[in-house]
Design a protein around this ligand. Sequence first.
Ligand SMILES: [Cu+2]
Length: 347
Amino acid sequence: MSEQKLKSRREFIRLAGMASIGLGAAACAANVAPLPPTTTPASPDSMAAMTPAPAATMVDMDTMHEAGVKKFLDNIGKDARFFGNKLEPKVVNGVKEFTLTCSEIQWDAGGGAMADAMAYNGTVPGPEIRVTEGDAVRVIVKNDMKRQSTSVHFHGQAVPNNMDGVPFITQPPIKPGQSFTYEFTVKNVGSSMYHSHHNSAEQVTRGLLGAFIVDRKDKAKDPAYDSDYTLILNDGVGGFTFNGKGFPYTQPIAARLGEKIRIRYMNEGLMIHPMHLHGLEQLVFAADGWNLPNPYYCDTINIAPGQRFDVIVTAHTAGVWAFHCHILNHAESSNGMFGMVTAVIVK
Ligand SMILES: [Cu+2]
């Protein structure tokens, strides 16, 4: 992983110096209390409840902002799961077979405050499933939850109707203790998702979600890139999160000067999240897995629930570039940055 390129404490300290320039007045958070889970769409009242209590004085405020940045920099490279949680298939007679086990767990979105979550294979998000166009896949879903039935929908994949994962429409719900096997041949390329399609406002936002990525056979049809990152946005368990963590426990994307970074945004939450990257433009080339006839540049891309966008960022300028949701109370309070904040670090 590219964050491992950040080799030494000395580099962290140097980058911390860069951060004070690169993040500037927008800068970051303190050791804020992780946010409580929500199971219903946030109203202005619940939004207020998700925002930490204000810092008492200007000095407190600045101190907490600085502490958050330091914590973020100190945590770089300490969560290999953040960008590296992949599920390896078992190949059975040419079919790529994956097993997902649903369970109720406690999830730490950062800082040690545990929240009631639902997970595939014990993590939020569930592990990334990655296959190739044309693959035959089998996904065995076991429901080890105690209190709720479930189902899995492969969001963005054209599957046979009886594999579509909608209880009482295409299949019975998978009750606790039961399992269901999904089988299909992968047709759609690019960035899709898998998630619960049963009591989904609760089950998906509590963690029953994951990336389902399909590599194209003819790579010449996509723009060239050197590295590939997935950012799953959520606004349920643990508050506002990327890949299950809120700032300062998110991981940055670390790139060398000139690197072309592919970023796959996937919104599994209940709210829109406009993702803003400082300093480096984003070339949007695919929506919902489909390559666009006219890719376009932007610095802020709005991602609605269920949408996926693929962008290329060329790391043309060195620095620590803040990277955050621009609904600002998803990203910052008077205590500093929290939630949907990370950085692209270019060396
Ligand atoms: Cu947001």
